[in-house]
Design a protein around this ligand. Structure first.
Ligand code: FBP
Length: 549
């Protein structure tokens, strides 16, 4: 494989490990745990793996003789920078336990386990991928592991390859599935341990013991670099308003982190929109006011950050989508017979008054998308809705009204961007390179400790890597019951932006100034070589959340 100069230099980077993992380790067990909510239900569903103790690794004085182990690894869900380092850390960890240990990667996600598609990851393959971005070493996929048939099919290949431990690298849903699999393999005496690793650029898999998911750091730094570049362009030309949508599915952590890094004129936080019960028109009016106020100062330019999941958090749209889902599920045939030109009115005539009004207020394109594009479960694919265009179109209309009332004198030229895929496979920052390697190496230690149903946990992340704390958290501890597809299911609680949290409060305290004035920060590209304050700083979200802890 041909490599760039940076790739070659980066291949020699040796990720740092917490001090406890640098020699022989011993597992120290804490107190038994409880799930975050619905304790009785979760306990009943996970009789074998509920209530396990937290576990922490400490340096051991005497090395223990390890046995060779065969381990399987799966990358699940969306790409996140650092996945290759989790795998190389895991590889080095099991080789340290015994040099004859072997690592097998299942191809293209959980589906590879069920379909028996795998490769053995040898040292020459691993060495090609150290410190690189992407998941291409084995690929990733979104197959949900949830049925006994899938678990049994997977067990066939695990037995065939003599694999006694499986590491699932994924987000909240994949780790929920890891917990279910761990429970099933334990209950059936399958002899396979299951360990999870916290991955997702969205940053919504976190709690007191999992401080951040990997990939968030690098992805937000990549987006912030580009937002900074746009802001510098915008402040140079002084003629465009940039509407920038950022990935993150539901939670607004990515948008918030980029706002803290770049200080845009506006950043919308979906969780606040929901808490304040704002309508789409409220958001538009607020945006138009910012544009008008800046125009009054002679500044016909600016930047607006929009979280991908916004539309679902607007309470009125959420209610509309829920009613539309039910209505279209039961009236699909009638609706299909209506001529396209009459469909909008047909929907308005059949919805409740409040939802009909919301629907009527939406631009034609978006309204149409809400009735047409559904995923295999019958849900609207909100991520396909071009919120950045929807908002700028509505702001343009509102500004025309303000102009007619003599309240706006200016020029509004919007441009649109969507950043997501640009950052998911970037070469991991030093933070993600170290964190991921430590998560993988630590997963090997958890396997060696003989546990199952645990998530690899590396904490104290705002401190230098040597001071990080390594251990394991029972996955059931993070679970609660939530309604999914009409049924109550045990799932890992998703971490949304907390409006009482330090990152949001920092942002809220400054945003008035950012809105009117031009306070842009230009973070520049990720640096891999140079002073620690430039190269090794974790995300601001992490720093604000854990300062003083
Ligand atoms: P994960 O939760 O699986 O890590 O995926 C995150 C994400 O990048 C979201 O931000 C985004 O909405 C989604 O994946 C896009 O999905 P896809 O990769 O299937 O296009």
């Amino acid at each position: 494989m041909k490599k760039s100069a940076l790739q070659k230099a980066r291949a020699t980077y040796q990720p740092k490990l917490p001090i406890a993992l640098t020699g022989p380790v011993k597992a120290v067990l804490g107190k038994p745990t409880e799930s975050v909510a619905n304790q009785d239900e979760i306990k009943q569903l996970f009789p074998e793996t509920y209530g396990l103790p937290e576990l922490r690794f400490e340096k051991n004085t005497t090395p223990s003789a390890g046995r060779p182990i065969n381990v399987g690894v799966i990358l699940s869900g969306g790409q996140a920078p650092g996945g290759h380092n989790v795998i190389s850390g895991l590889f080095d960890g099991i080789k340290k336990i015994h040099r004859d240990s072997r690592l097998f990667g299942f191809i293209m996600g959980p589906g590879g386990l069920v379909d028996h598609k795998y490769i053995e990851l040898t040292s020459s393959i691993i060495d090609e991928y150290r410190n690189t971005g992407g998941f291409d070493i084995i690929g990733s996929g979104r197959t949900k592991l949830e049925t006994k048939e899938q678990f049994d099919k997977g067990l066939e290949i695990l037995k065939e390859l003599n694999i006694t431990a499986l590491v699932i690298i994924g987000g909240d849903d994949s780790n929920t599935n890891a917990a279910v699999l761990a429970e099933y393999y334990k209950a059936t005496g399958a002899g396979v341990q299951v360990i999870g690793c916290p991955k997702t650029i969205d940053g919504d898999l976190k709690n007191d013991l999992i401080e951040t998911s990997f990939g968030f750091d690098t992805a937000t730094k990549v987006y912030s670099e580009v937002i900074g570049n746009i802001q510098r362009d915008c402040n140079s030309a002084k003629k465009y308003w940039h509407f920038i949508k950022l990935m993150g599915r539901s939670a607004s952590h990515i948008a918030l982190e980029c706002a803290l890094q770049c200080q845009p004129n506006v950043c919308i936080i979906s969780e606040e929109v929901e808490a304040k019960n704002l309508t789409l028109q409220d958001i538009v009016n607020q945006l138009a006011d910012v544009v008008a106020n800046r125009a009054a100062e002679g500044n016909n330019f600016g930047t607006v950050l929009i979280p991908e999941g916004l539309i679902e958090f607007i309470p009125a749209v959420k209610a509309l989508i829920a009613e539309l889902n039910d209505f279209l599920a039961t009236n699909a045939e009638d609706f299909a017979r209506v001529a396209p030109a009459d469909q909008r009115q047909f929907i308005i005539d059949h919805l409740s008054k409040a939802n009909a009004e919301t629907y009527a207020s939406l631009p034609t394109g978006v309204a149409r998308q809400l009735t047409l594009d559904r995923d295999p479960h019958g849900n609207v694919q909100v991520s396909l809705i071009e919120t950045e265009k929807l908002l700028s179109e509505m702001v343009g209309k509102r500004l025309a009204q303000l102009k007619a009332e003599g309240k706006y004198v200016g020029k509004f030229s919007p441009l649109h961007h969507f950043f997501g895929y640009e950052g998911r496979c970037a070469a991991p920052s030093n933070f993600d390179a170290d964190y991921c390697y430590a998560l993988g190496f630590n997963a090997a230690c958890l396997i060696n400790a003989g546990v199952t149903g645990y998530m690899s946990s590396v904490r104290n992340l705002v401190k230098p890597a040597v001071q990080w704390i390594a251990g394991g958290i029972p996955i059931t501890m993070m679970m609660n019951m939530e309604r999914r597809n009409g049924e109550l299911k045990p799932v890992i609680q998703k971490a949304l932006v907390r409006l009482d949290g330090a990152p949001f409060r920092k942002f809220a305290a400054q945003r008035k100034d950012w809105a009117l004035n031009t306070c842009y920060i230009y973070p520049g590209p990720i640096q891999y070589f140079g002073p620690a304050e430039v190269c090794d700083q974790p995300s601001l979200t992490l720093q604000y959340e854990h300062v003083g802890k």
